[in-house]
Design a protein around this ligand. Structure first.
Ligand SMILES: [Cu+2]
Length: 467
C-alpha cells in the first residue's frame, strides 16, 4: 500500500515536470518570453490567495471545534481560573491570527500587479511605529500580569489545614507519600535509596544499617584486593628488587646513594616482605583476579567509599516544632499504583524526582508541574468533584482521574501513570488508615531497617551510575 502511494507520488511529480516542459515549449512556439506574465495570470494568483485563505480558516476552525476543548469539566478549584486564563489567551491569539492573515491574503489578492498602477512608498511613519509597538506591549503586559496572578494563586502558601502529599517520580513510575500523624515528611536522601526504601527516607536505624552494609562491603573488597595473588607476587618482586639494589650497594654504576635513610626504608620493606610471605602461605585466603576484574573491584571500592562519605554527611536536625527530621519519616505512608485525595480540601503537592525531569500532569485538575532531581517543586490545588460524581457527570462508569508523566523521559515514559481517587473525607480517612506506616515499631522487634539495607551495595552502585 505504502509502495503504491509512493509510486503515485513519483509518477505525479514526473507528470508535473513533463507538463512544465510542454508549457515551456508552447511558450517558445507562441514566441512569448517566459518572464512575461499576463494580467490574467496575476488575477488568477490573487484569487488563489483568497481561496487559500478561506480553506485555511475553514481547516483551523474545524480543528478548534473538533479538538480545541477539554473533554471534561475541570475538577479543581483553580481549574476554573486556568480555563479562564487559557480562554483569554486564546481569544487574543485568534483575534491577532485572523487579523494578520486576512490582511496578508487580502492585500495579496487586491493589489496584484497591474502595469498601470503605481505603488505608494513611504520609508517611515512614527505614528505607525508607535501603534504597533505600544499596543502589543500593553497586550503582552496584560497577559503576563494576568498569568502571573493565576500562577501565584496556585503556588502561593497553602492553608494551615492543607493536606500534604509528596509525589515522587522515577523512571518509570510514581510514588505518593503522606506525612503521617505528625504532619511532617521524614527527611529523604538519595544515598539511602534501596529496593525497600525507594524514597530514601532517613531514619537513625536505616542510616546505621546502610552504613554497616557499606562498611561490610568495603571490608570485603579490601580483603579481596589485599589478598590478590598476582598483585602480591608483583609487589614482592618489586620490593625484593629494591632490597637487592641496596644489598649490592657500592657495586655497579649506581653506587652513590646516601646510606642513612635507606636503613630505615629497608626495615620497612623487609617487614612488608614478611607480611607478603605470610599472606602467600595462607593459600585459602588468596584470591586470583584478572587485571580487569581487579580494576573493577577497585572502582567499586572507591564508589563505596564515596557512598560512605556521603552517608556520614547526612545531618540530623529538627523541624520547626522540634520534631526530628530523622524520626518524622517513621509514620510516613507510602503508596503506589493509586493515591487518594479528599474532596473540597486544599492539597499541597510536593514533587521530587530521582533520576531525570518528569512532569506531573493531572489533566482533569488542570494541574501540571515539572519534577526535577535535587529541586523539590510544589503547588496547591483543591479537588472539587469526587471520582463517583465525575463518573456520573461523564456517564462513564470506568472513569478515573489520572496522574501522567508529560515529559518524554525515556523508553517506558508512556507507562508512567497513576490513578487518583477523589472521595469524601470519611472515605479518605478510612483508606489512609489502611496504608501501612513506613516503620511500624509495635508490630515486631526486627527492624525493617535491616531489610532495607540489604542490597544497599548494588543499589548504591546503580545510583552512582546514574549520577
Ligand atoms: Cu517520566
Amino acid at each position: 500500500m505504502k509502495l503504491l502511494i509512493l509510486l503515485v507520488v513519483v509518477i505525479g511529480l514526473v507528470a508535473i515536470v513533463q507538463l512544465a516542459k510542454v508549457y515551456q515549449l508552447t511558450s517558445s512556439l507562441r514566441e512569448r518570453r517566459e518572464e512575461d506574465i499576463s494580467e490574467a495570470d496575476n488575477r488568477l494568483n490573487g484569487g488563489l490567495f483568497l481561496a487559500f485563505m478561506v480553506l485555511f480558516y475553514a481547516s483551523v476552525i474545524w480543528l478548534v471545534a473538533r479538538y480545541g476543548d477539554y473533554a471534561l469539566p475541570s475538577a479543581s478549584l483553580h481549574g476554573e481560573a486556568v480555563d479562564t486564563l487559557m480562554g483569554f489567551n486564546m481569544a487574543i491569539i485568534f483575534a491577532v491570527f485572523f487579523l494578520v492573515n486576512t490582511l496578508l491574503f487580502w492585500f495579496a489578492a487586491k493589489y496584484y500587479y497591474r502595469p498601470d498602477r503605481k505603488a505608494h512608498f513611504f520609508a517611515h511613519d512614527n505614528r505607525l511605529e508607535l501603534v504597533w509597538t505600544v499596543i502589543p506591549s500593553i497586550v503582552l503586559a496584560v497577559i503576563i500580569a494576568y498569568g502571573l496572578s493565576t500562577w501565584n494563586q496556585m503556588t502561593g502558601a497553602p492553608a494551615d489545614d492543607a493536606l500534604r502529599v509528596e509525589i515522587y517520580s522515577k523512571q518509570f513510575d510514581w510514588t505518593a507519600r503522606y506525612p503521617g500523624n505528625d504532619g511532617e515528611f521524614g527527611l529523604s536522601n538519595y544515598n539511602l535509596i534501596t529496593p525497600t526504601n525507594p524514597l530514601g527516607i532517613v531514619t537513625s536505624e536505616g542510616l546505621e544499617a546502610s552504613m554497616a552494609e557499606v562498611e561490610k562491603g568495603i571490608a570485603k573488597l579490601e580483603k579481596e584486593l589485599n589478598h590478590e595473588r598476582g598483585h602480591l607476587l608483583a609487589e614482592q618482586a618489586e620490593l625484593e628488587e629494591m632490597l637487592h639494589g641496596h644489598d649490592h650497594h657500592g657495586h655497579g654504576d649506581h653506587g652513590d646513594h646516601g646510606d642513612h635513610g635507606h636503613a630505615v626504608d629497608n626495615s620497612a620493606i623487609e617487614a612488608r616482605l614478611h607480611e607478603i610471605e605470610a599472606l602467600l602461605e595462607n593459600e585459602s585466603a588468596l584470591t586470583i583476579l584478572t587485571d580487569a576484574a581487579y580494576e573493577a573491584k577497585e572502582d567499586k571500592l572507591n564508589r563505596l567509599k564515596r557512598h560512605r562519605q556521603r552517608l556520614s554527611e547526612i545531618a540530623e536536625f529538627d523541624y520547626d516544632g522540634g520534631l526530628s527530621a530523622w524520626t518524622a519519616g517513621n509514620d510516613d505512608r507510602i503508596v503506589k499504583g493509586e493515591f487518594h485525595l479528599p474532596v473540597g480540601r486544599e492539597v499541597e503537592m510536593v514533587f521530587r524526582s530521582r533520576d531525570v525531569i518528569h512532569s506531573a500532569y493531572m489533566p482533569q485538575f488542570r494541574a501540571q508541574m515539572n519534577t526535577v532531581p535535587g529541586v523539590p517543586t510544589r503547588f496547591k490545588m483543591t479537588p472539587t468533584i469526587t471520582t463517583d460524581s465525575m463518573r456520573f457527570i461523564t456517564g462513564d462508569e470506568n472513569f478515573d482521574y489520572v496522574l501522567l508523566c508529560n515529559k518524554v523521559c525515556g523508553a517506558a515514559h508512556f507507562n508512567m501513570e497513576m490513578k487518583i481517587v477523589v472521595e469524601t473525607q470519611e472515605q479518605y480517612d478510612a483508606w489512609l488508615k489502611e496504608q501501612k506506616e513506613y516503620l511500624v515499631k509495635e508490630e515486631s522487634e526486627e527492624a525493617p531497617a535491616t531489610e532495607q539495607a540489604v542490597e544497599v551495595e548494588e543499589s548504591s552502585e546503580q545510583i552512582t551510575a546514574q549520577l
